[in-house]
Design a protein around this ligand. Sequence first.
Ligand SMILES: [Ca+2]
Ligand SMILES: [Ca+2]
Length: 346
Amino acid sequence: MAFRGWRPPPPPLLLLLLWVTGQAAPVAGLGSDAELQIERRFVPDECPRTVRSGDFVRYHYVGTFPDGQKFDSSYSRNRTFDTYIGQGYVIPGMDEGLLGVCIGEKRRIVVPPHLGYGEEGRGNIPGSAVLVFDIHVIDFHNPSDSISITSHYKPPDCSVLSKKGDYLKYHYNASLLDGTLLDSTWNLGKTYNIVLGSGQVVLGMDMGLREMCVGEKRTVIIPPHLGYGEAGVDGEVPGSAVLVFDIELLELVAGLPEGYMFIWNGEVSPNLFEEIDKDGNGEVLLEEFSEYIHAQVASGKGKLAPGFDAELIVKNMFTNQDRNGDGKVTAEEFKLKDQEAKHDEL
Ligand SMILES: [Ca+2]
Ligand SMILES: [Ca+2]
């Protein structure tokens, strides 16, 4: 795990004890006996959850001295400061000052020296400095979070639910928790199409699309460990970002049982090989094979796994039957395969 935060040196024992007892630390200098000051400058109307120790927070900040002189800013680096809270990765004043914030909240946190950089200072922070941080929380999550699903609309008949292997066509808006839009299929004017459970989307999205019926609309919130992780997507998704997907499922084509790429809907013909070998020369070529499979699918007797390249499936099936790889399937090869376990085969 790479953190850009700063881990402070362990405080002297006396100081630590004084923190615990809540007494002002006996550090000399301006404001050294002051307590942490928190001013909540903007609190969103909706705040379903607040930051607790152990949460991972992404926030912007401007750091100034009490005279207004700026010493640091995440905005100037054009990316949020990301850190775990309550774990000692940031100065104690920030560890404490960020507890209880809402997503989207803006706070002013005034940090006395003993909860900041102490008597000694650090870098461009002089000793015994009081620090003023104006922070804006972009998002936070906990590493133990799963996804969260909120369904906004279900059609009257919502009995056929999506499952692994189904082919789905859906629209989505992807945004950050602060409302920044990242991507939208509605804007592109075409649906996103995937086979559920096949690894075509991030895990959180795959989870968020399960047990959904056609016409349903839901919002899925995905923490980064089930999304794009610490790295994000260059130029598109910030690292460690929590993502919000507004989804509408438009179409669902039921998949085949797990592991199958082709199944028969009814009884299999006892003279299968003879039927496939249309010209009756005792050998089945790929063309004969492909033509036969497609005819079965067209007539509803057979079914190919939806969402995949049908020609590729047929070719794989053929290659599987062609034991010696000479491009022809003989009755003997066909019989041998027939006696084995059935997966992706006739
Ligand atoms: Ca033939
Ligand atoms: Ca062969």
